[in-house]
Write a protein of this length. Structure first.
Length: 286
């Protein structure tokens, strides 16, 4: 029985069709994800009477962007909210890295009794939601008179079990020969972690930094509990104060404020996107 042969033209046609379908699905998904951001930008330049207009228009009849952004910047301390977010997210990320990297190195490269059990506990820690330790942490902060401080917003997140898991998977692929050679040269484990292993883990660090920064920049639950001072409010809590007290039903100004507070996240991701993608794809690859 004669077998069927595939011509080069037919093979190229199927390859083109496969790429066309794949890219079509990806473009559709990207457009679906970006649609809320596009709508936010469009609403931020519309006058109030066009926000809820029955006609669906991408570009407004009357450009109202200067007024909306001026109101957003003058009616509330948005730049202060953004600075608070940078301080809180930066402080959390710094402590998370200082704690998680040595822990991950120990789980990945050091042999000691109970290592596998500790890793199982790390995995179980991923199942504990943020709300479980909220009450005892709040009571402890209240008794130490630490409410309404940056420390109060940061302290529950200093230990990240996700960071330990992520870095442990990355460190497992680091060559053992380099570590053995460093030990023979007289380097301590502390020096090996920070001078040899950590610089090679920059893709994983960048990937985790994006996850951590986005998660805590958008966190409203914990700041809403421990912060009542407007001057200490991070972006989500500041937006809530702005919505209740200043903007009211002026959704153009609200979306303008949301655009201003979202911009740092977009810029940070664009700056770290190459390292982020590299870290996500390389983590766990042996």
């Amino acid at each position: 029985m004669a077998g069927t042969t595939t011509t080069p033209a037919g093979s190229a046609g199927r390859r083109f069709a496969s790429l066309f379908i794949t890219h079509g699905i990806l473009i559709t998904g990207a457009a679906f994800i970006l649609l809320p951001f596009l709508w936010m930008l469009v609403t931020s330049i519309k006058p109030p009477e066009e926000v809820f207009n029955a006609q669906l228009r991408i570009w407004p009849k009357h450009f109202y962007g200067f007024e909306n952004y001026a109101m957003a910047l003058t009616s509330a301390p948005l730049l202060r909210f953004a600075l608070n977010g940078v301080i809180v997210c930066g402080g959390i990320l710094l402590i998370q890295l200082l704690v998680a990297i040595p822990c991950a190195y120990a789980l990945a490269k050091l042999k000691f009794p109970g290592r596998n059990l500790l890793f199982v506990l790390v995995l179980l820690g991923l199942c504990v939601p943020e709300q479980v330790p909220a009450l005892p942490i709040y009571i402890a902060l209240a008794r130490m008179d630490l409410l309404n401080t940056y420390f109060a917003m940061m302290v529950p997140f200093f230990l990240s079990v996700f960071a330990i898991f992520l870095f442990r998977q990355f460190f497992r692929s680091f060559p053992d020969d380099i570590i053995h050679a460093a030990r023979l040269d007289g380097m301590s484990e502390f020096e090996i972690v920070w001078r040899i292993v950590t610089p090679s883990a920059m893709p994983a660090i960048a990937a985790f930094a994006v996850f951590s920064f986005v998660a805590h920049w958008n966190d409203l639950y914990w700041p809403l509990i421990v912060i009542s001072d407007v001057n200490l409010a991070p972006p989500p809590l500041g937006m809530m104060f702005f919505s209740d007290a200043e903007a009211g039903t002026n959704y153009g100004a609200l979306t303008a404020a949301a655009t201003i507070l979202t911009a740092p996240l977009l810029l940070a991701f664009l700056f770290a996107r190459r390292r982020f993608i590299e870290g996500v794809t390389m983590t766990g690859v042996k």
